[in-house]
Design a protein around this ligand. Structure first.
Ligand code: PRT
Ligand code: ZN
Length: 288
């Protein structure tokens, strides 16, 4: 294959985003051979080369054009503040960057952080937050195990990523202030050539189809013909529902797509209107 017509993507080498990054590409029909200790791999069925890197380095590599695109947590993207473009939210790696204080401390608002020493690996984001809130606090930058800092007297509080909250709990800390909500995002170099832009738009098209399919379900049900008008109104579908006659007279089979946000309300309304034999099926891809 022509070396020019390839897109180079940087993903995390190992860690929390690795599996989901490989997984979402796979759902887009892109298979990557992830051997042990690899730095690079080729996709087998898409003109894509994959670089496995530390997440912290991904924004820089994409900015410098070593990779064309990358998958990284928004928290890292904002902290590193590189000149790259965010293309798409990916819906995994969800977490929040929060300030946590020892359990016994009272916290009524950012004012209670005045004069405290806060340990973090996210000094840029924390400094931005403190500045916005006009709080003077000392930022103590450390590179790992932030959660133990208050316990060993290194800091009064911390600013770190939280997902379940169990790390904070186990260290006698409580989350008092969310600064940022984050998830994995696709980023791109700002000066991509046409070939790479074309490949990126193919990838984004597939990603959107995968994301949409996860938020929607295919629904099949049997409906009495006398209630069809009402049932069709409840089920918007992609254009409108499909209606097929059943062998039993007076009944139809109705097929449609429903969004997860309104799923249960729709099921209840369908039942109230005489729908029976309701089947709900996951959708693999959705192209609208
Ligand atoms: O080696 P490399 O530098 O690539 O990896 P890393 O160790 O810096 O990052 P990694 O793999 O820990 O996280 C990668 C990305 O996953 C982060 O940048 C976030 O975007 C996302 N993410 C999602 C998380 C978490 N959830 C998370 N809970 N990253 C880290 N954590 C840590 C947090 O720092 C704390 O230590 O998990 C602990 C808290 O978890 P809970 O569940 O106890 O609250
Ligand atoms: Zn890292």
């Amino acid at each position: 294959m022509n070396a020019e017509k390839k897109i180079r993507i940087a993903i995390q080498k190992s860690g929390r985003l690795f599996e989901d990054s490989i997984g979402i590409l796979k759902e887009c029909g892109i298979d990557i051979n992830t051997g042990l200790n690899k730095l690079k791999a080729e996709a087998s069925n898409f003109p894509m080369e994959v670089f496995f890197l530390r997440d912290d380095d991904i924004p820089q590599y994409v900015q410098d054009g070593v990779a064309d695109i990358g998958i990284v947590g928004e928290n890292v993207l904002i902290e590193k503040n590189k000149n790259v473009k965010k293309v798409e939210q990916l819906g995994f790696g969800k977490c929040r960057l929060s300030i946590a204080l020892p359990k016994g401390k009272t916290y009524k608002g950012p004012g209670d952080l005045q004069g405290l020493k806060i340990a973090t690996t996210y000094k840029t984001i924390l400094a931005g937050f403190l500045k916005k809130e006009k709080i003077k606090a000392e930022i103590h930058e450390i590179s790992g195990s932030v959660e133990i800092a208050p316990g060993i007297g290194l800091a009064d509080g911390i600013c770190d990523l939280v997902s379940s909250g169990s790390t904070l709990f186990m260290n006698g800390l409580k989350e008092v202030q969310v600064i940022l909500k984050s998830e994995a995002v696709l980023i791109q170099n700002k000066e991509l050539k046409k070939d790479q832009l074309d490949l990126l738009s193919k990838l984004v098209f597939r990603l959107q189809a995968v994301k949409k399919s996860k938020k929607n379900k295919y629904i099949l049900l049997n409906a009495p013909n006398k209630n069809l008008d009402r049932i069709v109104k409840i089920l918007p579908g992609m254009k409108s529902p499909t209606i097929l006659p059943l062998a039993e007279k007076g009944w139809s089979s109705v097929h449609s797509v429903v969004h997860e946000d309104e799923f249960w309300e729709i099921i209840e309304a369908l039942k109230a209107n005489g729908a029976q034999g309701i089947l709900v099926i996951p959708i693999e891809k959705m192209i609208v």
